[in-house]
Design a protein around this ligand. Structure first.
Ligand SMILES: Cc1cc2nc3c(=O)[nH]c(=O)nc-3n(C[C@H](O)[C@H](O)[C@H](O)COP(=O)(O)O)c2cc1C
Length: 299
């Protein structure tokens, strides 16, 4: 009996330790289970910012000093916004059907064209296409895009030199056999004549954060998704006026092209689009697109 009364407090302590240990373990498991992709294991949850950190990265972008320090704007520093009535054009159903079909027909003719004519294109047409791209939605209306339009032959040539130099290494070393094999049917290579020939090269930069006149930084939520949407609109706008381009994402060229074009450290290259009329001898791979029932699920 005496032994039991001595042991009871000891047992109670041991029981408490065991329960405590089990609770800690279950909380750890919960945290691991909710760790999102891109979140560093062991990193404090508060540091995880999916709207900026889940961007596709090419892994080569070295973080500039400007990226790391600096003063961030508080949301209470934002000006209030007036809300105004909105009445976009509406159409009768018949017209809607017709317009939807016409637009699909137009866009279904879009192809990535790697043979571009040197024939000049009016600059205002390009500006209007970029205005269209600038109508894209963006995270918290941050409009995190910069479109650098290059028509200067010397700059185009320097871009070609940088891209071809990196692309040769990409094809020979970085991409690996499978990727190179997958691309072979498109007959692409590291030689990019269109970078000299096309009247315009549009280099689309995503601004990973905003720089305000007062020196503070502004969070650019989902900047890559926003800029990608604006690129889609740009492609549609070019198609609408009979111009062609090829969407290109030259691997490992971003930092060099950013420096060449004197873009600030908060801008990262997302896409390079050579733009012009199609060359008269242009060919494209005879690709087929998935039918509607292969891409839609109605529930
Ligand atoms: C994100 C993205 C990156 C691409 N990168 C390249 C590229 O680096 N070089 C190239 O020749 N084509 C590139 N393309 C074009 C694709 O090869 C092309 O869109 C695909 O073959 C379908 O052909 P279409 O655009 O004529 O429909 C890219 C397309 C996308 C969407």
């Amino acid at each position: 009996m005496a032994l039991l009364s001595v042991l009871t407090p000891v047992l109670a302590v041991v029981l408490c330790v065991v329960i405590g240990f089990m609770l800690v373990r279950s909380r750890e498991t919960e945290t691991t289970a909710t760790t999102s992709p891109g979140e560093t294991e062991g990193a404090p949850k508060a540091d995880f910012r999916p709207w900026v950190d889940q961007d596709l990265q090419d892994g080569t972008e070295t973080k500039g000093k400007d990226d790391e320090d600096g003063d961030w704007m508080d949301s209470n520093e934002e000006e209030d916004i007036l809300h105004v009535p909105y009445s976009p054009p509406g159409y009768p159903v018949e017209t809607m059907l017709e317009r939807s079909k016409d637009f699909y027909t137009l866009m279904n003719q879009r192809r990535s064209v790697r043979f571009i004519s040197p024939e000049p294109v009016p600059r205002e047409v390009i500006n209007n296409a970029i205005r269209t791209a600038g109508t894209a939605p963006s995270g918290a209306h941050t409009e995190p895009w910069t479109f650098v339009v290059v028509s200067d032959p010397e700059t185009k040539h320097q871009i070609r030199r940088i891209v071809e130099e990196e692309e040769e290494i990409n094809y020979r070393q970085r991409m690996g056999d499978k990727w190179v094999q997958d691309l072979s049917r498109f007959r692409t290579s590291w030689i990019k004549e269109y970078l000299d020939v096309a009247p315009y090269l549009i280099l689309v930069f995503k601004q990973i954060y905003g720089s305000l006149p007062n020196g503070k930084k502004r969070t650019h939520y989902y900047n890559e998704i926003s800029v990608s949407i604006s690129c889609g609109l740009l492609l549609a706008a070019l198609q609408n006026v009979g111009l062609v381009t090829v969407t290109s994402t030259p691997l490992n060229c971003g930092p060099q092209l950013r420096l060449l074009l004197k873009r600030p450290a908060n801008e990262k290259l997302l896409m390079l689009l050579p733009v012009g009329y199609p060359a008269c001898e242009a060919t494209v791979p005879d690709l087929k697109r998935k039918p509607l029932d292969g891409i839609v699920v109605h529930i």
